[in-house]
Write a protein that binds this ligand. Structure first.
Ligand code: SF4
Ligand code: MSK
Length: 652
């Protein structure tokens, strides 16, 4: 019998002292109310934000205030700390070059390329871990995971040229995994999934010299260019950013999405609940936060183990309640109907319910401050990835080969923490909201009767004017959820279908837009279509790697019409983005031909040349560009205008 995995404490236990809390606490009711209203548009979050201010529990908004005023050189992208001759800042008229001679254009372009490469690496490395698990299954070394969608395994294997007829399931898994791993360091100079894009879009990439050659290769190439003394031309530096982002969208992210479907099931519409009200007073509550479904899916399995449910009853709980957060929450929501406690800015607030026995995380978008928040309660923060060790947390190294055993040990630790809860501090004053999620490309095709033709016909007739992918995060520069929800409402009102991922999708869920009844908020055309199909006007398509589903959908529509993606009446938006991953997503949307509006200004304003290339010049290269518009209603105007221009060009 193998020993039960034991956690290690990373660093020392963190205790936020009462003095710190007293310093932060705000008892002026008028000020508390003013700040609460300024911080969020998420009604269900407001009582928790109020609580944090009264009790002096530090949140992202407090830290944002403490960081003001921001450095104007960093905000404009014209500071550089890339080498030991610096740091350097561009301060005209006298300091117009760094020590090495780099000007504002180059410093801004290098910084942006660095961000794109970081985001692409994060998504693609997540994809690699999923594919390695498939390889482990194929090699017979991983037994805790199984192939759930066998048809999809065979379909994707065929797409990758695997002769599946003579192979058993494990052999197909192995062959496909090996071919996918080859995409990371390939010598064939092309990524398989780019073959899904319409031929004319691929031709644009060829002509521009931005067809992605290999996932790791483009990231390494990017890192090489930002080394001092390599890239010196801002335009070619930015073009390589597009190439790197394409290796994410049509490479690492697409593989993460497709193989997650193979392993855990391809999503189809299902009902669930969202917001902090999904935490249950009478249960052991475990929140799953991060991105990779390998961890969260195994915790789901371990929580259902009779030994664990019996243990939960033994400690006085009615059962074990799992709640998702951020993108791993999106993965669970759309595949398993596991309720979701909220998006990025709900992560600290989830702890303030006082009823969370554990928050289990893997990587990406996890505030390093969580152990500080948790120290105000009994909550354990449990980390699992060697890439994301957080001081003050309990760490279990999570490996596919021993996944179930580790997941069970994590669940046990959470259950055993239930008696440490202080019932007087449990605070769950909100009711959850219903959502319908799980609109994978396959589910949409099936809902439309087996082909996208009916959707194309509705767009061609003008009943639906077009479609917009709304993606991305929360950012304290924007009132929490306000950008997402205002933009989504305004677009559906104008008969524009919204497809959403990540924290944008959860924001819409909390605001009630992921329910079929939200069709009443849509314009008459979109409302009619939604009512006849029984679907919401805002479709939840998954997590942030699942933006690859949006690319796939765009490719399906382009191929059906025999036009490149840039000619479709579609657009992208990231109203509250913060992450480097979002920079990569925005870049691969634009590089794929999708006009994309950002709600937060990237750090580029220090170079008018870079601003001009990204907002105008790229149209001459990839037939699409970025726009930046913080006001979501004005962003809706820009998007609607773009969609009408595309319609006119198509003659519809
Ligand atoms: Fe300064 Fe150039 Fe070094 Fe950047 S790379 S820190 S601009 S010397
Ligand atoms: S979790 S990348 S805050 S969408 Fe994917 Fe949300 Fe953005 Fe993280």
């Amino acid at each position: 019998m193998a020993e039960e995995p034991e956690p290690t404490l990373i660093g020392e236990r963190i205790e936020v002292c009462e003095l710190d809390r007293a310093r932060l606490s705000l008892m002026n009711p008028a000020l508390v109310e003013e700040k609460r209203e300024a911080r969020t548009a998420d009604e269900s979050a407001k009582p928790f934000i109020e609580l944090t201010m009264k009790e002096g529990i530090e949140t992202v908004w407090d830290r944002f205030e403490m960081q003001q005023p921001e450095c104007k050189y960093c905000a404009a992208g014209i500071s550089c700390a890339r080498c030991a001759m610096g740091p350097c800042r561009i301060i005209p008229p006298h300091r117009v070059r760094g020590v090495c001679g780099a000007d504002a254009d180059l410093i801004v372009a290098r910084n942006l390329l660095d961000q794109i490469a970081t985001g692409a690496a994060a998504h693609s490395d997540h994809g690699r871990e999923i594919v390695l698990t498939l390889l482990g299954i194929g090699n017979g070394k991983v037994n805790d995971y199984v192939v759930t969608d066998r048809d999809k395994l065979h379909r994707i294997a065929a797409e990758f040229g695997v002769e599946t007829n003579a192979l058993n399931e494990r052999e197909v898994a192995r062959e496909l995994a090996l071919r996918m791993l080859e995409e990371y360091g390939t010598v064939k100079d092309a990524l398989q999934f780019t073959g899904r894009a319409p031929p004319a879009t691929r031709q644009i990439w060829e002509t521009a010299g931005i067809s992605p050659r290999g996932i790791d290769r483009e990231v390494v190439d990017a890192m090489h260019r930002v080394q001092m003394g390599v890239a010196a031309d801002y335009a070619s530096t930015l073009l390589h950013g597009l190439r790197t982002s394409l290796s994410d969208g049509w490479g690492g992210s697409m593989m993460a999405t497709e193989i997650s479907d193979v392993l855990f099931g391809t999503p189809s519409p299902n009902e669930s609940l969202v917001n902090l009200g999904v935490v249950k007073r009478e249960c052991v509550n475990i929140s799953l936060h991060g991105h990779n479904p390998m961890l969260s899916e195994m915790i789901v399995k371990a929580s259902a183990d009779p030994e664990m449910t019996a243990l939960a009853r033994k400690v006085g709980a009615e059962g074990i309640n799992l709640v998702g957060l951020c993108c791993t929450g999106n993965e669970l929501l759309m595949r398993k109907g596991i309720p979701n406690a909220g998006n990025h800015f709900n992560q600290e607030l989830a702890i303030t319910t006082g009823a969370l026995e554990a928050m289990v995380v893997d990587y990406q978008c996890i505030f390093p401050s969580l152990p500080r928040t948790a120290s105000c309660y009994h909550t354990h923060i449990i980390t699992t990835s060697p890439k994301a060790k957080i001081p003050g947390t309990y760490y279990f190294e999570f490996e596919p080969e021993t996944a179930f055993r580790t997941a069970k040990a994590i669940v046990k630790m959470a259950v055993e923490n239930f008696p440490n809860r202080n019932p007087d501090r449990v605070f769950i004053p909100v009711e959850p909201v219903k959502v319908v999620t799980g609109f994978s490309v396959e589910a949409m095709r099936a809902a439309l009767g087996g082909s996208f033709r009916p959707l194309i016909d509705q767009i061609a007739s003008g009943t639906i004017r077009g479609a917009v992918g709304i993606v991305g995060c929360n950012n304290p520069k924007v009132k929490h959820d306000f950008g997402h929800v205002t933009l989504s409402k305004e677009l559906i009102r104008r008969d524009i279908l919204c497809v959403e991922t990540g924290c944008a999708a959860i924001a819409s869920g909390k605001a009630g837009l992921l329910q079929p009844s939200a069709a009443s908020l849509a314009g008459p055309g979109l409302r009619g279509v939604c009512e006849s199909l029984g679907i919401p006007p805002v479709l939840h398509m998954g997590s942030c790697v699942d933006n690859a589903r949006i690319l796939h959908l765009a490719a399906e529509l382009g191929n059906a019409l025999n036009v490149p993606i840039h000619r479709l009446p579609i657009a992208g938006a990231a109203p509250e983005w913060y992450s480097q991953k979002a920079v990569s997503i925005g870049a691969y949307f634009v590089a794929s031909g999708v006009f994309t509006v950002l709600g937060v200004m990237p750090k580029i304003t220090g170079s008018p040349s870079v601003v001009s290339l990204l907002t105008e010049g790229l149209r001459g290269v990839v037939h699409a560009s970025f726009a930046v518009e913080p006001d979501p209603l004005r962003a809706a105007d820009l998007i609607a205008g773009q969609i009408e221009r595309k319609r006119a060009d198509l003659g519809i």
